[in-house]
Design a protein around this ligand. Structure first.
Ligand SMILES: [Zn+2]
Length: 386
């Protein structure tokens, strides 16, 4: 969808509003990214042919994507049908529920329809990137919920993403942390593909632009942390993040630096792409997704039991204050937060002492979660305030 838009390069350096640091747990996950999977999935995607809305080639592709999620063990896989002059098609929406903020979503999206050709780069590249991301995140706990969305009707004018925003986001007042759009990230064969463009929101409404700028800078920093790629910051345009941006959501996106001349032609094929480049982009996106969804290590039963004994909350139920104590002196600070049953954070502090009192008289009587963060691990305890 990008061919006819003006590509405006705003800045050639990446910077960050706050430092993103290398996370060894995240690194271990993204090092399992498989270039073979990416290659195989691109080959399969290409084999379906031209995926225009109204064609059985597109519905075959839809069936393939859907079954991939089901085979990975995802259970919340929803097809959202919509119709327009070209025919009826489906957005594919897969939800992974977060443990701390189940009602707040990181949306990672890319379109799977194509025009004039097989679209192996535009947007087979984004499609298989998201599939690989979903494979690696399947059994990883994340504080925030994630929606992997494969939109259709993009090439006819962002039809599927517009439909989703108007028929799901707005009526459900969906709480979206960030929309990360992946469109055409396959690189150009025969060129040095060493840079990925990170796209920020510079358009109206402007209320969401500063947050988009900050997330885009973080995205660039994270990609440089976890891959051998350089990054550039540019502006978002002409892809599925735009209906979200128009609705005031915070968006960011990825787009190849060496723009293929074959998009929307019969030559948008694997042979004209750079698979090792897409592999690097995929790794970087996984690092960013882990950071943005706040992934954490799952405790073994023994670790959970040890931590449970280490941390004591009293009284519980409580009313005006909580005492949090550790059964031995802390050798590091512990981040603590209280989350209400709607998944909203209502209290946050850093614990430094072996025993501390926390005033909670401003919290309404209800059940809450107390979340302790120690390194990459979490201990979640139920709290009752009366
Ligand atoms: Zn595209």
């Amino acid at each position: 969808m990008k061919k006819f838009a003006i590509f405006c390069l705003v800045s050639v350096v990446s910077f960050s509003t706050y430092a993103q640091t290398f996370n060894s747990f995240y690194s271990t996950i993204l090092e399992n990214t498989s270039q073979t999977n990416i290659l195989n999935d691109l080959t399969t995607f290409e084999s379906f042919g031209i995926k225009n809305v109204g064609s059985t080639r597109l519905t075959d592709t839809e069936t393939w994507i859907t079954s991939r999620y089901q085979n990975l063990g995802y259970t919340d896989v929803v097809l959202q049908p919509f119709s327009y002059s070209a025919g009826t098609s489906n957005n594919i929406i897969v939800t992974k529920t977060g443990t701390v903020y189940p009602n707040t979503y990181l949306i990672i999206d890319g379109h799977y329809d194509t025009i004039n050709g097989a679209g192996t780069n535009d947007n087979g590249s984004g499609t298989v990137l998201i599939l690989e991301l979903a494979r690696l995140l399947k059994d990883i706990n994340t504080e925030y919920s994630i929606k992997f969305i494969h939109f259709s009707g993009e090439e006819d004018g962002l039809i599927g993403s517009n439909y989703y925003v108007n028929n799901t986001v707005i009526p459900q007042d969906l709480d979206i942390k960030l929309v990360l759009n992946i469109d055409e990230v396959g690189g150009l064969a025969g060129t040095n593909n060493n840079t990925i463009v990170c796209e920020r929101d510079l358009s109206s409404p402007s209320s969401n632009n500063a947050a988009s700028n900050a997330f885009t800078n973080d995205l660039a920093t994270l990609i440089e942390l976890y891959t051998n790629l350089n990054t550039e910051i540019s502006n978002a345009y002409a892809s599925d993040y735009i209906p979200f941006e128009n609705n005031g959501e915070i968006i960011t996106g990825l787009y190849e630096k060496n723009e293929t001349p074959y998009a929307h032609t019969a030559n948008d094929l694997l042979v004209n792409m750079d698979v090792p480049y897409l592999y690097e982009v995929t790794k970087g996106t996984i690092g960013a997704a882990l950071e943005f969804a706040v992934a954490y290590e799952t405790l073994s039963l023994e670790e959970a039991s040890n931590l449970d004994h280490l941390i004591r909350i009293s009284p519980n139920p409580s009313d005006n204050f909580l005492t949090i104590s550790f059964s031995k002196p802390l050798d590091q600070v512990v981040d603590f937060k209280i989350i209400d049953m709607l998944g909203k954070q209502v209290y946050k502090s850093t614990l430094r002492e072996q025993t501390q009192n926390i005033a909670i008289d401003n919290l309404v009587a209800a059940h809450y979660l107390g979340v302790f963060k120690i390194n990459n691990k979490r201990l979640i305890k139920k709290l009752i305030i009366e």
